[in-house]
Structures are given as C-alpha cells and as structure tokens.
Design a protein around this ligand. Structure first.
Ligand code: EPU
Length: 418
C-alpha cells in the first residue's frame, strides 16, 4: 500500500488546476445506462472511483474507453442487470446503477452496500422511491432485486436529504410512465449537473437544484455527446485549506464560484483571504488563523465532505472552535490521527471542540477514509518535521495526482510505493 511522506512547514505558492467533480462524474456515468448507443463525457478525473465505475459498466456489458479525461461508453450491448458485491463493496456509489437499470430494463439486481468508515449509510430511501414508482423490491442473499414492467410516476418525499437517492430516482423517473415529483430533494450542484445532462439526452426534468424536482417520463433517451463535468468543489475547498494553513498564496483555476460559496464564506471567517480575479481564485493564507464554529448541512450549507479539512485548519487557529457533523454519524475518524500530530480536540458524539495549538509536529498516520485522508494532508503540510500517511489508496479514490499538484506548489512530498 502506498504511503505519502510530507515534510511540513513550506508555504504553498503558484497555480493549481482543479479537476472534474468525482461526485458529478459517477452518476453521469451511470446515466449512460439509460440510453442505447455511444455517450462521451469529458473532464473526467482519473481517480480510483472512476476506474471502479468503468469496471462496473464493463461488467454490465458496456464498451468503454478512457484516456484519463475523455470517457466513451457504448451501452448498446448491455447484457447484465447485476451490480456485483465485489464492485459495490469497494465503492458505494455503484448503487447509482440501480435507478437506470430498472428505469431502462425493468429489472436490476444490485448488491446492498454495507456500512462504511463514515456511517451506516442505508439506501432505504432509494428503495422506498422505487417502490412508490411501482417496483417490486426483494432482498435476497445480500442483493436488492427490483422489478417493474415500466415504472410509474409518483410523488416521493425524502424525510432525509439524500444526494445519490435523489440522483437514482431522478434517473429512474426519466423513463417512467407519467410525472414523478421528488420533494425535499438534494440541491447539490452534482444533482443539477446530472439533470442538465439528462435533459440534453431528452429527459424532461424541472427544478433540479431546488428542493422539489419534477420529472415527466419519456419513452426513450438518446446518448450524450461531449458533456463536460463541473469542477470539483471539494477539491477546490481542499486546496483553499492547504494554501490557508501554510500561509501560502495560490491561484486556483477551473472552479465554479457559485458552487464553492458555502465553503468560501466559512473559510473567510478564519482569516484566509479569497478573491476572484480574471485568471482564477486567489487564496492567501493569514499569519494566524482565526477560530470559527461549523455545522455541516446539505447544500447550500457547508459540505460534510469539507468538514475534516476544516478541522485540520482549526487545529492551528488562535482560539477554540466547535465543529458539529450532522450528516454522517461517524465522520470524526480523523480526530485520533490529528491528535497524533499534537492537535487538542475533545470529541463528544457528533461534536468536536478544537483548541488551536501553536504548532503541530509530524508523526506516522493512517488514512481511514477519503476526506479524513485529505485533512491529514492539510495538517501535515503545516506540521513541523516528517509525516508519513499510510493507506493513501483512500486519497486516490477522490484526488487526482495530489502529490504532483501539491509538489508543484512547493510542498515537500513523496509517494512511497509498496
Ligand atoms: N440516508 C438514509 N437513507 C438513505 C440514504 C441516505 O438514511 O436511503 C442518510 C445517510 O445515512 C446519511 C444522509 O442520509 O446520514 C445523507 O446521505 P446521502 O445519501 O446524501 O449520501 P450519499 O448520496 O451516499 C453523497 C456523496 C458523499 C457525500 C454525501 C453527502 C456521492 C457519490 N457521494 O453520498 O461523498 O458525503 O453525498 O453530501 O455523491 C465523498 O465524496 O467523500 C463522499 C462520501
């Protein structure tokens, strides 16, 4: 398993280009199942999760080619309707094949994802929605089997806001008979990006990006050509945090101002200067970070996917911050690792009180999940001495060539291959 060796204490400076959004690319890849023929997507980041979804599409019978940016998927010859356990267990987002498979073929067999490092993460709301649309759902031997001759439009209310749940049902409803109304739907930019792409494929979706989405089912969708994925707002936020904690100055290119504004507004409170200029987003880290309290929320609130990186910043702020995680029940795995660097964090339930310390000191660390790993990189960049982060395959799931990007900004970082 690869490790990352970081010698902290260097100010990051220079320019960085943000890649396409993982969480927009994955549902769009699944959406290609809905149409027979060849689709192409661009700005697809070269990540482990993208490779897993490619493998999933191939397993279903698609022909796929990928050059590290442009992805071509021919879903004309899909023969299988089954998303196997071997793939779902490595990536939960594989469950995004459920909606498109039932929507197009009237049948799907998808392995139930188990719990994961950040929480139990059930998919009951995805299944409730499909049932409302007339699918017969059975659970057998660890698999969900969904069957329907043709799904029917329905009114579906989510009692918890779910991103992939909204996406799955939006895809299923695109080919259903009649109108589906999703209430209390997720408003994340990735949901809107998926709806935009589906509409280009011939779907009739209104309201994506708001909390009520209406989908008028159509008979058939066409493949999508050369659709470019939105930039990754979490990667953008992570680079702002890295520039901020090192007191550096970085120009971030390829970002969407509207998508990152919940992150930017919060990070401005910490004293990081963030301003838009013609060439990109200019980020300047302060001499001393200010503390700020945080509560994670569905979009347009502060994203849970940036909570860990924010906590790393607060570890060296001058004062005390309280961070509350409201989306996932177990998303503080980074706390114990940050403490190994000398952070002063008191964790109680879903709340963490972080008392800023003057300095962090390098130590061997273990990456536990994707965003926790990103927070360890943020902290290690500011820590004195050497930090070795083990199990960085978690990081490779969601950050493209991270060590290249930060070393070009002046960080002292090496990937140790094993
Ligand atoms: N939930 C239920 N039942 C359901 C679905 C969700 O109780 O049927 C609960 C979850 O357990 C959780 C909350 O609802 O407590 C929100 O979960 P959501 O369904 O929104 O999460 P997700 O769709 O599985 C996506 C992202 C995650 C991101 C979350 C929250 C993708 C592929 N994944 O997951 O991204 O943290 O939304 O914004 O879009 C990451 O990139 O590191 C990552 C984990």
């Amino acid at each position: 398993m690869d490790k990352l060796l970081i010698r902290g204490g260097r100010r990051l400076s220079g320019e960085v280009i943000i890649g396409g959004a993982k969480n927009a690319a994955l549902p769009l890849m699944a959406a290609t199942i809905l149409a027979s023929g060849t689709s192409s997507l661009t700005n697809i980041p070269d990540l482990r999760d993208i490779r897993t979804m490619i493998e999933m599409l191939i397993t279903l019978g698609a022909e796929v080619s990928y050059d590290g940016c442009r992805l071509t998927i021919d879903s004309g010859g899909l023969v299988s309707r089954e998303a196997p356990y071997e793939l779902v267990k490595t990536m939960r987002a594989s469950v995004l094949t459920l909606g498109p498979l039932v929507g197009r073929f009237g049948t799907a067999k998808v392995s139930l994802p188990g719990g994961c490092a950040i929480g139990a993460r059930p998919i009951n709301l995805h299944l409730m929605g499909l049932e409302k649309m007339g699918a017969k759902i059975t659970l057998s031997e660890g698999y969900v089997v969904a069957e329907a001759e043709r799904l029917k439009g329905a009114v579906i209310f989510f009692d918890i806001v779910t991103v992939t749940g909204t996406e799955n049902l939006m895809m299923a409803a695109a080919l259903a008979d009649g109108v589906t109304r999703l209430e209390n739907a997720a408003r994340e930019p990735e949901v809107k990006d998926l709806a935009d792409a589906l509409n280009l494929m011939g779907a009739k979706i209104k309201g994506a990006g708001e909390s009520v989405i209406e989908i008028e089912g159509v008979e058939k969708l066409s493949p999508i050509v050369d659709y470019s994925i939105i930039p990754d707002r979490i990667e953008t936020g992570t680079f702002i945090a890295m520039a901020g904690i090192t007191g550096g100055e970085v120009l971030i290119k390829n970002y969407q101002a509207e998508h990152i504004s919940p992150i930017v507004e919060k990070l401005l409170e910490t004293g990081i200067e963030i301003s838009e200029e013609s060439g990109g987003l200019r980020v300047k880290g302060p001499k001393t970070l200010r503390p700020a309290n945080l509560e994670t929320m569905p979009y347009p609130g502060f994203p849970t996917d940036m909570q860990a990186q924010f906590m790393a910043l607060m570890c060296v702020a001058k004062g005390t911050s309280v961070i509350r995680e409201t989306i996932f029940e177990n998303r503080f795995m980074h706390v114990a690792e940050l403490r190994r660097l000398g952070a002063d964090i008191d964790e109680k339930g879903n709340s963490a009180t972080v008392k800023g310390v003057k300095t962090l000191t390098g130590a061997p660390l273990m990456a536990t999940d994707l965003r926790a790993s990103a927070s360890l990189v943020v902290a290690a960049l500011a820590a004195h001495g050497e930090t070795v982060i083990d199990r960085i395959y978690h990081l490779d799931r969601g950050y493209e060539r991270i060590e290249d990007k930060i070393s070009r900004l002046g960080a002292d970082v090496t990937r140790i291959k094993e």
